[in-house]
Design a protein around this ligand. Structure first.
Ligand SMILES: Cc1ncc(COP(=O)(O)O)c(C=O)c1O
Length: 464
């Protein structure tokens, strides 16, 4: 494609650098098949991050194509504003069913940002309509610093990052953060769980007290922080923060946009949390990305506060409950359940983690291997003792190397992230480990090999 005909403005992309490389390697993807994606020349890549953590069932499933086509013919669009259609009703019922009765009401949307934005507005309005007048002043949202909940203004305001403030500030008032449960680099200066006393979880109570209990509407978290580098807290963390929310009357919101639908080896990462979250945000694998779909689930206690004249949830968008997206979501969930993909995620994830751990005996750049199910991170270091992070450039070289070896991974700072489709088998696990082993090989030999592979790729790309 000639550069002058390129009008697309890519999200989160350094455009001037990207335009130079968009014809090479995996920068333009034209086709997908199961766990693989292909570029225009037919080079095959393992889709090691499921096309943005999205395509859980893999590419090319006929059932979803058929579900979309059938629904488009029957009813291409109808809204859920004071109206309804069968697919939205069925999808809501399915989500209530598969979340084990913890939630009874489902707001449908189209992306993860919307699912979380909806949860935040729901939490504030819930308190505003409390029969207890002293709760009306609860508006603050507490979150984990460095969290990623999406791109709209409310959810952007949860990150607590100076870089967001610098680019988009002023961010919204009423958003406060505690430090994340990052055990490998504990922000509280502790060295080990359980000796740390879970300072990161108890920080929530301290924050609620210092902000003033009667000002706090909700605490939100990702069960495993994805964008920040696969941050997995000890199991006890969830119970402690959940109990703190209960004790202080704050709603407990779980953002399962990435962890939901089997990613962590369970259908939902939150399914055995006690206390359970009050609001659950879902997107991505709810439709495996075949069409945009999201959901915000709430308990009956929350929903009932929105009943009665003037109390309605003052929120919605044209595509809320879109029938074609709902039909595709239903077909996708059937596949996830019938093919026991959460179970496969648990099994393949355990295998991948243990293989990476073995690899860490030989590859000294591996500082930490962590994750649950098929949501796995490898933190790369220049020095294991000091945990000095591998530089951005060295990490990017490894990511490039992996691409030339036929494996696409997501990366953030010095962390490689592996979130492949939940359908992968032993062979693909072994292929992933082999590629990582080769890419982490240090010294001249690896550099020469990398150059040779890149040269081959460039030459072929010119021919193509
Ligand atoms: C945990 C989490 N929440 C929310 C979002 C935002 O979802 P979307 O990009 O669909 O708006 C993401 C996206 O990666 C995410 O990982």
């Amino acid at each position: 494609m000639a550069a002058k005909s390129y009008h697309l403005w890519n999200p989160f992309t350094v455009m001037d650098e990207f335009l130079k490389i968009k014809g090479f390697g995996p920068a333009t993807i034209v086709r997908g098949d199961g766990p693989y994606v292909y570029n225009a020349r037919g080079t095959r890549f393992i889709n090691g991050f499921s096309s943005l953590w999205n395509v859980a069932i893999g590419h090319g499933r006929r059932e979803l194509v058929d579900a979309a086509a059938k629904q488009m013919q029957e009813l291409a669009y109808a809204s859920c504003f004071r109206q309804v259609h069968p697919r939205a009703i069925e999808l809501a019922a399915k989500l209530v069913d598969i979340t084990g009765g913890r939630y009874q009401h489902v707001y449908l949307g189209t992306n993860g940002s919307e699912a979380v934005e909806t949860a935040l507005k729901m939490a504030r309005q819930y308190h505003r309509q409390s029969p207890v007048p002293s709760d009306h002043g609860r508006y603050k949202i507490i979150s984990l610093r460095h969290c990623y909940h999406g791109v709209s203004y409310g959810v952007t305001s949860t990150s607590g990052l100076d870089s967001d403030e610098a680019k988009f500030g002023p961010l919204l008032p009423g958003f406060v953060q505690i430090e994340p449960p990052y055990c490998y680099r504990c922000p509280y200066g502790k060295t080990q769980y359980p000796e740390c006393g879970l300072a990161c979880a108890h920080a929530l109570e301290e924050k609620i007290q210092s902000e003033g209990e009667q000002t706090v509407a909700a605490f939100i978290l990702e069960p495993i922080m994805g964008a920040y580098g696969i941050i997995v807290p000890p199991e006890e963390y969830y119970q402690v923060v959940g109990e703190v929310c209960r004790k202080h009357g704050a709603l407990f919101i779980a953002d399962e946009v990435t962890t939901g639908f089997g990613r962590t080896g369970k259908l939902f990462a939150t399914e055995d949390w006690n206390p359970a979250p009050d609001i659950l945000c879902l997107a991505k694998a709810i439709s495996s990305g075949y069409l945009p779909l999201a959901a915000t689930l709430a308990t009956d206690v929350i929903y009932r506060r929105f009943l009665g004249q003037g109390n309605q949830f003052e929120h919605g968008s044209t595509a809320s409950g879109h029938p074609v997206c709902a039909a595709v979501g239903l077909a996708n969930i059937d596949i996830l359940l019938n093919e026991r993909l959460p179970e496969n995620s648990a099994e393949m994830g355990a295998r991948l983690i243990s293989r990476f751990q073995e690899l860490s005996n030989r590859r000294m750049q591996i500082g930490d291997v962590r994750g649950r199910g098929l949501m796995i991170g490898i933190e790369l270091v220049g020095n294991r003792e000091s945990k000095e992070p591998l530089t951005d450039k060295a990490t990017f070289d490894i990511v490039l190397d992996l691409a030339t070896l036929g494996l696409l991974v997501y990366y953030r700072r010095n962390i490689l992230e592996f979130l492949p489709p939940l359908i992968i088998d032993d062979t693909i696990v072994d292929d992933i480990v082999k590629a990582v082993d080769t890419a982490l090989e240090t010294g001249l030999k690896a550099n020469l090999a990398r150059k040779a592979r890149l040269a081959k790729e460039f030459a072929a790309s010119k021919l193509g």
